[in-house]
Design a protein around this ligand. Structure first.
Ligand code: AMP
Ligand code: MG
Length: 402
């Protein structure tokens, strides 16, 4: 199989995946990071009444023209409306958020009134009608649809949903994502390492990644480099998840069993091996509505491929719009780079500003895909297109911020 262009691979992956049907009702407190399953309509109008935007006096704008004294009838505070009517020559002491009393159409701010606190005030400035009045429905009206299905809820959306009168929201169920770490050499963090062993780290990074995007990570532990063990682990994971994410065992070595295990379990291999660095042995398999993304074992490769493939896939399963929206931005190259080969490259880079304020991305000298330390300290991935010619320092490039 020749190497597939990453954009094509991603498009094929997204074409094979659909929004999961399940939904769930959550309280506002538990809604952060969840994806709205349906549009949310306002159940009320905001503000529900014309409200004062300032502390001052509710008056009739026409009464201000001559700057004549006004008689103060009473007080309106937030939550405590004034029940009477403001007639000619009248004023009502009013505070921010209080309903503007009947008859008044304007707020004279207290800075423009003499005699504040007494029964008679004298305006020092005229105002046009409606000044400092927030009209009813200024923010939204009952029936307005203000949040769209597919929105990933953050603090702003949750505050708005509360204002719209909702105490619970219908969100997408979390995709169940089984994570399998393949490798005879792997041991759990904290365990005593036998000769030749290393700590399995990928599952933890991947679980955190899945959870940060709104999935439900189910770490299925370490799978030995053994055909039967891998087949059984895939069979078990396939029965209980929407998506299986494997790490390692996806290359062409004698000890790479993931592909055979997928096929033995009835998965069709949609693609395998892509023209990207790091991450060449990426694999994608489909069995009905169960998907499997096979990530490379190298820790940096697995995280980079998670960003490039697992993120859009999860967004698709969650019904978010434009799951593969381009998140890259422009920057200037911090150092010269040689010509690239046919694999698109994602280089770990630091970012900063030059004297003119331009964003500058400088790739680290080492791009070894086993070096987690550099991945963890990188600010961005610098994208080198396939077959890019040599590039001078200062030339334009694209980056994805981490
Ligand atoms: P593989 O893709 O299985 O050939 O693994 C490539 C490299 O990644 C090897 O050096 C493995 O030891 C390493 N590796 C594989 N799985 C993990 C893991 N879960 N955590 C850390 N390193 C891993
Ligand atoms: Mg391996």
């Amino acid at each position: 199989m020749s190497l597939m262009a990453p954009d094509l691979a991603r498009a094929r992956m997204l074409a094979a995946a659909v929004t999961l049907p399940g939904t769930q009702t959550v309280t506002l407190v538990g809604a952060r990071g969840r994806t709205l399953a349906e549009g949310v309509m306002a159940l009320r109008t905001q503000p529900p009444f014309a409200a004062s935007a300032m502390d001052g006096y509710a008056v009739r704008a026409t009464d201000l023209a001559g700057l004549a004294p006004l008689r103060v009838l009473g007080e309106a505070k937030a939550g405590h409306p004034f029940r009477g009517t403001v007639g000619p020559g009248n004023a009502v002491r009013i505070f921010t958020g209080a309903p503007v009393p009947h008859g008044a159409d304007t707020i004279l701010i207290q800075e423009n009134a003499q005699g504040v606190g007494t029964g008679i005030i004298t305006p020092t400035q005229a105002e046009h009608a409606g000044r400092f009045v927030r009209s009813a429905g200024l923010d939204f009206r009952s029936g307005d649809c203000l949040l769209k299905a597919g929105t990933v809820l953050d603090a702003r959306h949750i505050g708005l949903a509360a204002s719209m009168g909702h105490s619970v929201l219908t969100v997408r169920s979390q995709p169940r994502v089984a994570i399998l770490s393949t490798g005879d050499e792997l041991a759990l963090p904290g365990a005593a390492l036998r000769d030749g062993q290393i700590v399995s780290s990928n599952a933890y990074a991947l679980a955190a990644f899945v959870e940060s995007l709104g999935g439900l990570a189910d770490d299925q532990g370490i799978v030995a480099d053994d055909a039967d063990a891998t087949r059984l682990a895939i069979a078990n994971a396939a029965d209980r998840s929407d998506l299986i994410v494997t790490s390692g065992g996806a290359s062409v070595g004698d000890h790479d069993f993931v592909q055979a295990a997928l096929v033995a379990n009835g998965f069709a291999i949609n693609f395998w091996k892509i023209a990207v660095r790091p991450g060449k042995p990426l694999m994608f398999g489909v069995r009905g509505s169960t998907l499997c993304l096979g990530l490379p074992g190298n820790p940096v490769s697995s995280v980079v491929c998670a960003i490039l493939f697992l993120e859009p896939l999860l967004r698709r399963l969650l019904g978010q719009p434009n799951p593969d929206a381009d998140r890259s931005e422009g920057a200037l190259l911090g150092r010269a780079l040689p010509a690239n080969d046919l694999r698109q490259e994602y280089m770990r880079a630091s970012i900063g500003r030059d004297d003119a304020g331009n964003l500058v991305a400088t790739p680290f000298t080492s791009q070894d895909s086993s070096i987690q330390r550099l991945m963890a300290s990188a600010d961005a991935l610098l994208i080198r297109p396939a077959n890019a010619p040599a590039a001078e320092a200062g030339s334009a490039c694209r980056i994805i911020r981490l």
